[in-house]
Design a protein around this ligand. Structure first.
Ligand code: ATP
Ligand code: MG
Length: 549
């Protein structure tokens, strides 16, 4: 076996050298971020208003917010909610709260009142930051809220007072690396979302093992790098980069409040954007837009990285064809690992676009057989377990879920089905929860048959269906079947006006997969429901399952 895998322990280690993480137990992530030396000038730029925050302004602003919060009575251990679209003040507020030893929880600004209420209760929010027109929503919940205007004016507003408050009044509590810094809720793709408790130490590790490590590997990441922030800062992917990691590198973050494809192209040219972290739907939008742009317009782009959801082979190929000069990688991470997981790593010999990359430094993995529980070597598929300094403390108010997710030795069950190839690159197959369990008779030896539990990954069938020229989008889910337990049903969006018969599609798939995997029913639909990060919301499709398969 290759040296990154031990057949004795079943443990995969990172192929990257070990990184020394700060050993001082009393270090908070804000101090850590601001202690890094760099020559960066512009930190955050709001692309809609042109307003910016420079690096020399950033630290004093964070201290002002901390000071103002202290005056308002916020103290160590209190939870402050941020419910806002991307803003140059988002990182300032986030880091200001942490500076005080208080805890941030974030939320999608599109959340409903019910969702806000649920999360605010779950994590016991003492104060919220939100857009001015949402302040009333919080009043109805009895939670004090500060309105953060899109364009700051010198006025009497609470936020203006906060951001210009007296710096000298901030008492620094003792903050331990093991103290909770944020409670981030997972995306809720597979069920109701849970609050992952992430510590200062988790974030320090994230800054070191993800953006700072990557910068040490690529000479094209530096203070000169300009990142386009179209991903939301409230989710771990955008947060790890735009609120923390890149600010420790001295790079420039140009943020979009709302994604718009034409605007994206304009901003890349205007600001000389060099790096663009995306999720699959954004990659598709970029590819499409790039086709209509003179190549000069995008010449500053050096690297595009995709994560958060599976990317189809076609999307990758089309992107590489449209922008061959751009380095393309994928990365894999989750809320529960503070975004630390794997990252693509292209060398001259190897451009492994379809993999999600190599294990981050200091991280370990196991691939666990779904049935026997044994640990599997490279090339074999099973559930990914991760261990390392990015792994969360646990879920808030949910001991049961925590115990089911992290074992006694610190292994986190990711719920993702994967395999490592022989070069140590990780490939995702599907999510454990989406796997279709088909009970069938299998011919084992000549005429001997046995009743076995077979597994079907929806992603495999989606890949086959996507290869059909008349299909533009598709999602496969399990439907209950009396005899077989579960069988696959495909939801299909066809190219405008294409009339294909369901049975032709069933046959199309049947010719390309093992008999038990074949799609049992095709349902035509206008669109596939996806989350903002491109994850298929299969639970929504379940409502549209035909009653009879
Ligand atoms: P929930 O756990 O609440 O159902 P979620 O898992 O979608 O929601 P996140 O923490 O935002 O919430 O997402 C992590 C998951 O995203 C991973 O477990 C994995 O399934 C998926 N993922 C992340 N990166 C990739 C990638 N590059 N390719 C495929 N899937 C990915
Ligand atoms: Mg999850």
């Amino acid at each position: 076996h290759p040296n990154f895998y031990s057949s004795k322990t079943g443990i995969y280690s990172s192929k990257h050298p070990l990184i020394n993480l700060p050993s001082d137990p009393f270090l908070d992530v804000v101090t850590h971020i601001f202690s890094s030396k760099h020559k960066g000038v512009s930190a955050l730029i709001d692309s809609s208003s042109g307003t910016s925050i420079t690096y020399s302004q950033l630290h004093p602003l964070v201290q002002s917010v901390a000071g103002g919060l202290h005056q308002m009575g916020v103290s160590q251990g209190d939870v402050v909610l941020i419910l806002m679209p991307n803003s140059i003040y988002f990182p300032v507020i986030f880091l200001g709260v942490l500076y005080l030893g208080a805890i941030v929880s974030t939320m999608n600004p599109l959340s409903s009142l019910l969702e806000i209420k649920k999360q605010a209760l779950d994590c016991n929010v003492t104060l919220a930051f939100t857009l001015p027109d949402k302040v009333d929503t919080f009043s109805t919940l009895g939670i004090p809220a500060v309105g953060v205007p899109e364009n700051l004016k010198s006025d009497n507003s609470a936020f203006y007072k906060l951001i210009t408050s007296d710096l000298n009044s901030v008492p620094r509590p003792k903050i331990n690396q093991q103290d909770t810094a944020a409670i981030l809720y997972s995306s809720g793709t597979t069920g109701s979302s849970k609050g992952a408790m992430l510590t200062h130490g988790n974030f320090i590790a994230m800054v070191e093992l993800f953006p700072r490590f990557e910068a040490s590997q690529y000479e094209f990441i530096s203070e000169e790098s300009v990142y386009l922030a179209a991903l939301p800062m409230f989710h771990i992917y955008g947060l790890s980069l735009f609120v923390m990691g890149l600010l420790s590198l001295g790079s420039t973050v140009v943020l979009m409040r709302k994604f718009d494809a034409d605007e994206m192209i304009r901003l890349i040219a205007k600001y000389g954007v060099t790096h663009f972290p995306v999720v699959p739907p954004l990659l598709t939008a970029l590819t499409r837009a790039a086709k209509g742009v003179a190549i000069n317009g995008l010449k500053s782009l050096k690297q595009v990285s995709s994560g958060a959801a599976p990317l189809s082979r076609i999307s990758i190929e089309e992107f590489i064809q449209a922008l061959p000069q751009v380095d393309f990688i994928q990365g894999y991470g989750m809320t529960e690992t503070t975004a630390v997981g794997t990252r693509g790593f292209n060398t001259e010999q190897l451009c492994n676009y379809s993999s999600v990359g190599l294990l981050a430094p200091n991280m370990q993995a196991k691939v666990v057989d779904l049935i026997t529980g044994s640990f599997l070597p490279p090339g074999s598929t099973g559930e990914l377990w991760l261990r390392g300094p990015g792994v969360m403390q646990g879920y808030l108010n949910n001991v049961e879920a925590t115990l089911l997710t992290i074992d006694r030795d610190g292994w986190l069950r990711t719920g993702d089905i994967v395999y490592f190839d022989h070069d140590g690159y990780l490939h995702t197959v599907d999510r454990l929860k989406e796997i279709i369990k088909y009970k069938g008779f299998q011919i084992i030896y000549l005429c001997l048959t046995a009743y076995t539990n077979l597994q079907i990954a929806p992603a495999d069938l989606e890949a086959v269906l996507s290869s059909h020229p008349d299909i533009v989008d598709t999602a496969v889910i399990a439907a209950e079947d009396e005899e077989a337990g579960e069988v696959p049903v495909a939801f299909v969006v066809t190219r405008n006006g294409c009339a294909i018969s369901p049975s032709a599609l069933v046959d199309y798939v049947a010719k390309k997969v093992a008999p038990y995997k074949k799609v049992r029913k095709v349902v035509f639909t206008h669109s596939i429901p996806r989350s903002a990060s491109g994850k298929i919301l299969r639970r929504e499709l379940r409502n549209f399952l035909p009653s009879k398969i």
